[in-house]
Design a protein around this ligand. Structure first.
Ligand SMILES: Nc1ncnc2c1ncn2[C@@H]1O[C@H](COP(=O)(O)OP(=O)(O)OP(=O)(O)O)[C@@H](O)[C@H]1O
Length: 244
């Protein structure tokens, strides 16, 4: 469902990703972990079509034709992103209804009212919130709206960029539970960027550890849980996470 082969990216002649390769199967949840600046978000941006220049091969969603790049419109039906800060990613003067309707309008899809209501139910938002503005919602409720918006076109893949790190700890658990159940219900494929190893344990099947723009290890989450990561950098991250 996601294929990344030899992805390299430079900004102003500074190489920030070096031949990054990994695959994520349909329905799998895969994490990219590593410290700030290691290149995690740049990988997501490349997959979301937001980088003007890179080398390597990328495939995402139901795309088997490498010769024909996705149009922005096709890509939107295959992959959507959820960001760290739900407040920043929602338009302050658009109601929740406007926000959820927008992708349906752009793609000319019918039955918009019923789809919006069904999506509010799916992400656990009361229907009465439909005509509210983002500032009238809590941080967790806003992140539910952002997840709902990402799912309006039924994409098979979600790119999740630190989706809970801006939220209070108690709310983080609710959003993680929501993501987990939506993935099961809709057989979604997740690519998640995080600093937070417990989040990886909870939500992911496998992970890649990035260091200075290179993948130093790919492992099953089981190896993470049991402290069995094989690279020295992976061990270091694990120790830091366990012992603070
Ligand atoms: N548009 C850009 N122009 C120049 N340099 C950039 C740009 N975007 C990212 N970088 C640089 O690329 C490197 C990787 O950044 P990236 O945001 O992918 O890291 P990250 O692992 O996601 O970090 P964080 O966890 O802090 O978000 C960093 O050194 C960053 O400064």
């Amino acid at each position: 469902m996601i294929h990344v082969k030899d992805l390299s990216v430079s900004f102003s002649d500074v190489r920030v990703l070096h031949d990054v390769s990994f695959d994520v199967a349909t329905g799998e949840s895969f994490a990219l972990v590593g410290e700030s600046g290691s290149g995690k978000s740049t990988i997501l941006k490349a997959l979301a079509g937001q980088l003007p220049a890179f080398t390597g091969t990328l495939r995402i969603g139901e795309d088997n034709d490498t010769d024909r790049p996705f149009s922005a419109r096709d890509r939107a039906r295959q992959v959507q992103m959820v960001f760290q800060d739900p407040y920043g990613s929602l338009h302050p003067r658009r109601t929740i209804d406007d926000t959820l309707n927008e992708p349906l309008l752009i793609h000319g899809l019918p039955d918009r009212d019923s789809k919006v209501i069904a999506m509010l139910d799916a992400v656990g938002l009361p229907r009465r919130f439909r005509f509210r503005l983002p500032h009238q919602l809590s941080g967790g409720q806003r992140q539910r709206v952002a997840i709902a918006r990402a799912l309006m076109l039924n994409p098979p893949v979600l790119l999740l960029d630190e989706p809970t790190s801006a939220l209070d700890v108690s709310v983080q658990a609710e959003i993680l539970n929501l993501l987990k159940s939506l993935r099961e219900e809709k057989n979604l494929t997740f690519l998640l960027v995080t600093h937070d190893l417990p989040v990886v344990s909870f939500l992911c099947d496998r992970l890649a550890i990035l260091h200075a723009g290179r993948i130093v290890e790919t492992a099953n989450t089981e190896a993470l849980r049991s402290g069995q990561l094989s690279s020295s950098y992976g061990q270091e991250l694990f120790q830091r996470s366990v012992y603070g």
